[in-house]
Design a protein around this ligand. Structure first.
Ligand code: ADP
Ligand code: MG
Length: 257
């Protein structure tokens, strides 16, 4: 049983006079076995939240706390966060020239587990997960994210998640740029992980489309750097019909007041 707790998190980007506060007091708790959807308009700070949890150096934490099972995540290096059981799939994954998917996955698994996975079972696990994600075996020999299509990038991320078996997974816009088939395959990968229990999922999304495949336990509406509304999966249906306009208007009025 794990719990990721985010309390009154404030984050800025930029330096000196250019520093801009993006997260303005985020509160969120994600426990293993739960799936939380964070939904909000473009530019509301959703990716900033993901990057801040990941420890990206561009984002400065100016207040609040992030803990995993009581341990201070913000004090951990990026590697320590991964070892502690945090997994983060970014909206725009980076290319890793000269490193094959196969080597990358094995290096990541070794770093996370503290020892190299046994070769025989590892090769079998990678192969069966790739099958389930409907990935061509030749994909394992390609360089990480180099020339990957949108669907390949997201499949590769879910493959990482499947193999690394995190305690908490943060998935930023895993649905963006996916056709219906890829969306189904990727969602099934997430759902397999959920069915095995134990994982807490923070699913960040602009559109409700992916929520047809992955049913969230909780939905949080994110506007202007903070959570402005919360509910169950029915809230996603409301957003689908009504969009974010009412929340954005409210948030501007509070900001002025
Ligand atoms: N590295 C950065 N440098 C400058 N501005 C940034 C950076 N990252 C995010 N921002 C700004 O922060 C705001 C929130 O962005 P983001 O977190 O990507 O929102 P979302 O993911 O909800 O679309 C935007 O105004 C964006 O321009
Ligand atoms: Mg984003």
């Amino acid at each position: 049983m794990s719990v990721l707790e985010i309390r009154d998190l404030h984050v800025t980007v930029g330096e000196g006079d250019d520093a801009k506060e993006i997260l303005r007091g985020v509160d969120l708790t994600v426990r293993s076995g739960e799936t939380h959807a964070i939904m909000g308009p473009n530019g509301s700070g959703k990716s900033t939240l993901a990057y801040s949890i990941a420890g990206h150096p561009k984002y400065t934490i100016t207040g609040g706390t992030v803990t995993l099972d009581g341990e201070d995540v913000l004090a951990m290096s990026v590697d320590e966060r991964a070892r502690a059981g945090l997994f983060l799939a970014m909206q725009y994954p980076v290319e890793v020239p000269g490193v094959s998917v196969s080597n990358f996955l094995r290096t990541a698994a070794t770093a996370v587990k503290g020892e190299a996975p046994k070769l025989r079972t590892w090769v079998k696990d990678v192969k069966s997960e790739m099958d389930l994600l409907e990935m061509d075996p030749a994909f394992a020999e390609r360089n990480v994210n180099e020339g990957f299509s949108g669907g390949e990038k997201k499949r590769h991320e879910i493959l990482q998640m499947r193999l690394l078996k995190p305690r908490i997974a943060v998935l930023d816009e895993t649905d963006s740029g996916l056709d219906v088939d890829a969306l189904r395959v990727v969602s099934e990968g997430v759902n397999r992980t959920r069915e095995e229990g134990e994982v807490g999922v923070l699913l960040i999304t602009h559109y409700t489309r992916i929520l047809r495949y992955i049913t969230p336990d909780f939905v949080h509406v994110f506007v202007n750097g903070r959570v402005v509304d919360e509910g169950g999966k029915e809230l996603a249906d409301k957003l689908e019909n009504e969009g974010y306009a009412a929340y954005v208007k409210d948030s501007k009025e509070t900001a002025k007041a």
